[in-house]
Write a protein that binds this ligand. Structure first.
Ligand code: SF4
Ligand code: SF4
Length: 365
C-alpha cells in the first residue's frame, strides 16, 4: 500500500468510447495526464466493458509505462468461475489481458451474503491468499454491496482481508438499502482502509436538478463532482476514492481539486445538506448504471437506461417521453418476462421487475 501515491483513483468502468470500442487515443492521453499529475491507482474488472477495460489498460497503461509507476487493482467476479478449479485459469487470463505479472490489489468482487457463500464454497478467498503468497497478488480485499451486518460477518471470518471497497456518497450515506454510513463504521471498527466506489453515484450527483445545482453554484467552491468526491475523500480512513472518468474534461476537473486535496469546509457541508434534502424528496431509483443486470437478460432490456429515464423525468423539469422511446428502441420495459435473472445480479438489490412494470405503465401507455 506504501506505493499508492494519493487518495484518488481512476475507475476504468466507463472509459471514453469510439462506437463499440474504447477510444485508446483518448484513454492513453488520460492515463498520461493522470500519472503526470502524481496519481497512480487504476481499478478494473473483467466484466467492465465486456473485457475491453482490461485490454485497454494493457494497450494504454501497462505496455507504455514501467510497472512500478502504477498500482493496478483487478477483481474475481461471480460470472467467471463456477468452482475452485476455474479460479486460477481465470486469474492468469486476467494477468495476460492486462499485460502484467501481478496485481497490486485483487478484490473478491461485489460481495453480498449470497455471493459470499458461493465464494466460500469455491474456496475463492483461500485461492487468493495462495496467489498472494506466490507474489501474484500484493494485497487481497473485497468490494461490497450488502448490509453492514453482512460486511461484519465477512471481516470476522476472513481477518486477512486488507482493504474494503464500499459504495459511499452523500446521497447513500443514510440510505436504508446501501447503508453507506454503517458499512463505513464497520470498516473503521475492523481497521480496514476503505476504497470508495460511486462517489458521484453513477453520475447522478453531477447531472441533477437545477435547484440543487443552484445551491452548489451559489456556494461557489467548484463543480458538482468536486463536492461529491471531496465529500467522500474527507472521511477519516478513506484510503482511495475512485472516479469513473470518461473524458479528458472530467479528468482535468477531478485533478484540479484532488491534486491538492482539501476536505469540504463547514460551509460546503451546509450546501451538501441542502442538496441531500432535495434528493431525498425526489425518491429516485438508486440504480448506479453498473449494468451487471444486463448481460443475463433474455430480452436484452437496457434496464439502467429505463431507470435513468424514470429518474431523469423527476430530476429535469423539461424531460420528454420521446427520450424513453429513443433509449429503448431495441427492447422496452414491457418486454420483461419476469424471469428475475436481473435481480440476482443487481448489487443494489432493486426490485427490477416491479420497477420495469411501473416504467411500462408510465411511458408506454
Ligand atoms: S426479469 Fe425481465 S428484465 Fe429481468 S432478466 Fe428477466 S426479462 Fe430481463
Ligand atoms: S439495476 Fe442494479 S445491476 Fe442494473 S444497472 Fe442498476 S444498479 Fe446495476
Amino acid at each position: 500500500m506504501e506505493r499508492v501515491k494519493k487518495n484518488f483513483g481512476f475507475g476504468c468502468m466507463r472509459l471514453p468510447m469510439n462506437g463499440e470500442n474504447v477510444d485508446t487515443k483518448e484513454f492513453s492521453a488520460m492515463v498520461d495526464t493522470f500519472l503526470e499529475a502524481g496519481f497512480n491507482y487504476f481499478d478494473t474488472a473483467h466484466g467492465y466493458l465486456e473485457g475491453k477495460s482490461e485490454l485497454a489498460l494493457k494497450e494504454c497503461l501497462t505496455s507504455r509505462h514501467p510497472r512500478e509507476s502504477y498500482i493496478l487493482t483487478n477483481k474475481l467476479s461471480t460470472p467467471f468461475f463456477k468452482s475452485q478449479e476455474d479460479i486460477r485459469p481465470f486469474f492468469e487470463s486476467q494477468l495476460q489481458a492486462c499485460g502484467v505479472d501481478y496485481f497490486d490489489f485483487y478484490l473478491m468482487h461485489a460481495q453480498s451474503a449470497k455471493r459470499f457463500e458461493n465464494y466460500k464454497k469455491c474456496r475463492a478467498y483461500e485461492t487468493a491468499l495462495e496467489l498472494k503468497k506466490e507474489g501474484k497478488i500484493r494485497h487481497m480485499g473485497i468490494s461490497f454491496h450488502d448490509k453492514a451486518a453482512v460486511l461484519e460477518q465477512i471481516l470476522k471470518e476472513y481477518p486477512q482481508i486488507e482493504v474494503v471497497q464500499i459504495q459511499f456518497n452523500y446521497v447513500d450515506y443514510e440510505d436504508p438499502v446501501v447503508e453507506a454510513r454503517k458499512c463505513y463504521e464497520i470498516c473503521r471498527k475492523y481497521k480496514k482502509p476503505i476504497i470508495v466506489m460511486e462517489p458521484v453515484r453513477g453520475g447522478s450527483l453531477v447531472n441533477f436538478r437545477q435547484e440543487a445545482l443552484d445551491i452548489l453554484e451559489e456556494d461557489g467552491s467548484g463543480s458538482p463532482a468536486s463536492y461529491a468526491i471531496r465529500y467522500a475523500a474527507g472521511f477519516e480512513g478513506m484510503f482511495m476514492v475512485l472516479s469513473g472518468m470518461s473524458n479528458m474534461e472530467q479528468m482535468n476537473d477531478n485533478i484540479s481539486f484532488m491534486k491538492g486535496f482539501q476536505p469540504l469546509t463547514e460551509k460546503e457541508m451546509g450546501a451538501i445538506q441542502k442538496v441531500q434534502g432535495i434528493f431525498k424528496s425526489l425518491n429516485l431509483i438508486p440504480c448506479t448504471g453498473c449494468e451487471y443486470c444486463v448481460a443475463g437478460c433474455p430480452k436484452a432490456i437496457q434496464i439502467p437506461s429505463v431507470f435513468k429515464c424514470m429518474n431523469n423525468q423527476k430530476i429535469y423539469q423539461n424531460w420528454s417521453v420521446e427520450r424513453y422511446h429513443e433509449a429503448t428502441k431495441e427492447s422496452k420495459a414491457s418486454d420483461c418476462i419476469k424471469c428475475g435473472k436481473c435481480e440476482e445480479a443487481c448489487p443494489q438489490h432493486l426490485k427490477i421487475r416491479d420497477l420495469l412494470s411501473a416504467a411500462a405503465y408510465k411511458f408506454e401507455n
